[in-house]
Design a protein around this ligand. Structure first.
Ligand code: UDP
Length: 469
């Protein structure tokens, strides 16, 4: 029998990082361990983390959440990703104080991939540190190698060729993460530092089971030259299962609308927690949806003032001004437009949902896989284009929208890909692959499945003081 352990979970900023950490916390609690999720309150008065924490705490009363005091503001002129790194580094004293004040020392800390500087705090306190990598295992294999590969290459933005990471499928340079496109940028340097330090963790937990190529590369130890590749534990896939945990909340109106639609008839469009497109792109999407004739549920956000900066907070969209004239009336009986937010996990699980136009954030991809919904990819920021490569070429669970690199997908392309997924034999094949992936996922998380095995290995590793492969 396992001894009960206390884990500190340390997510980085943003809902996309917080949600999977909470799923991991739920997993630990289900196994009788205890979990404290420590979240840095971002400086600059950004209320999103505190609000998200409050919402998650209410929905998950058995998980302890602690908001760490906001650290000093990092350089306001720096890129948002660089600022996030700096904020987390500046939060180290607060993290140290929090860990020291725990009534009993934690057994391990589980770090988000951005929280690499917390390794120093963990080392000071002799606290075993593992990473929890809330993206694809393929991304992990590519990231771990990148600090060793990039010095010998031109900037990805100037590179026409394929990028080859050991053991992995070659990737077009343009599909490498946005943050590392310009080799000389501070942001790329920050990320190389980050990727290098992930290898210093005692191991990495990923919610994965679908990527044999990447898992083999990681297990073979080919990713990090000159030092052992951290051991990878495939726990999960653990994603929001679309079941309300809090109770008492009213059901979202879009779910009632979905109840009234035929099975697998609705295309759902939603671009992560912050993704948004230009006004011109919104109009193209509207025209594509209209001419496809398919039913749709579409989450619309205000276009960002600077298309490259999706991180800036935005006001509610003015749909009358943004959508083509008469669009809402003409599509009234087959479409629904939501402002800002949808209960995505529930929408994906709904029987009426037939396809998902996604920005390829990994939580979104996992939620769609768990619901067996084929995807149409519009990657936007972070490592989404890289995810797209593996989703389309390796897992064969998605098709890409041409034009995403320039952030302009034409109406005709949208219509064509919607029809392909909803109407053709190719769409049926995608659905069959997804049915298999979904089955594999539920076997993995079933009693005695591969997730249980991996979790037991992780605990064993922790007991043994960690041993790299
Ligand atoms: N999400 C949601 N409703 C929305 C947009 C996003 O519930 O309207 C959830 C989604 O289900 C997922 C998370 O927010 O769990 C987004 O994570 P992902 O990794 O896909 O993208 P990110 O926001 O990190 O880019």
């Amino acid at each position: 029998t396992e001894k009960k352990k206390t884990f500190v979970l340390y997510p980085s900023l943003g809902v996309g990082h917080l949600n999977p950490m909470v799923e991991l916390a739920k997993h630990l609690l289900r196994r009788g361990h205890s979990a404290v999720v420590a979240v840095v309150d971002p400086p600059d008065g950004d209320p999103t983390s505190a609000a998200a924490v409050a919402r998650l705490a209410e929905a998950n009363p058995s998980i302890a959440f602690r908001l760490l005091p906001a650290p000093p503001s990092p350089d306001p002129a720096a890129h948002p990703i660089k600022r996030a790194h700096d904020t987390l580094r500046l939060a180290n004293p607060a993290l140290r104080a929090f860990l020291r004040a725990l009534p009993a020392p934690a057994h391990a800390i589980l770090l988000d991939m951005f929280c690499v500087d917390a390794l120093d705090v963990a080392a000071d306190l002799a606290l075993p540190a593992y990473f929890f990598f809330a993206s694809a295992a393929s991304d992990l294999a590519v990231f771990l190698h990148m600090p060793y590969l990039y010095p010998g290459l031109p900037s990805f933005k100037d590179m026409g060729e394929l990028v080859r990471s050991p053991g992995m499928r070659p990737v077009r340079a343009a599909d490498m993460p946005l943050s590392v496109q310009d080799k000389e940028s501070d942001m790329t340097k920050a990320r190389m530092y980050q990727f290098k330090r992930i290898a210093e963790g005692r191991g990495v937990l990923v919610f994965d089971w679908l990527e044999p190529t990447a898992l083999k590369a990681l297990a073979d130890g080919v990713c990090v030259p000159g030092r052992p590749t951290p051991r990878v534990f495939c726990v999960g896939p653990l994603v929001n299962d679309g079941k309300k945990s809090g109770g008492g909340e009213t059901r979202h109106e879009c779910l009632a609308w979905l109840d009234a639609q035929p099975e697998r008839s609705v295309v759902f469009l939603c671009f992560g927690s912050i993704g948004a497109v230009s006004a011109a792109q919104l109009r193209e999407i509207a025209h594509g949806l209209e001419s496809s004739g398919h039913r749709f549920l579409w989450v619309v956000r205000s276009p960002p003032a600077d298309p490259a900066d999706v991180f800036q907070p935005r006001p509610e969209p003015d749909l009358d001004a943004l959508l083509p004239k008469g669009f809402t009336e003409r599509t009234r009986d087959r479409g629904m437009v939501l402002k800002m937010w949808a209960p995505q996990a529930e929408v994906l699980r709904h029987a009426a949902t037939g396809a998902f136009v996604t920005h390829c954030g990994w939580n979104s991809a996992l939620e769609a896989i768990m619901a067996g919904v084929p995807m149409i990819c519009y990657p936007m920021y972070a490592e989404q284009a890289l995810n797209k490569v593996f989703m389309v070429e390796e897992m064969k669970i998605a098709v890409p929208l041409e034009g995403y690199e320039k952030r302009m997908v034409k109406a005709g392309e949208i219509e064509a890909k919607l029809r392909l997924v909803m109407e053709t034999e190719e769409g049926t094949e995608l659905r069959e692959t997804l049915a298999t992936a979904r089955k594999m996922a539920s076997d993995a998380i079933g009693d005695g499945g591969s997730s249980d095995v991996a979790f037991a290995e992780f605990l064993g590793d922790l007991e043994n003081g960690g041993c790299n492969n």
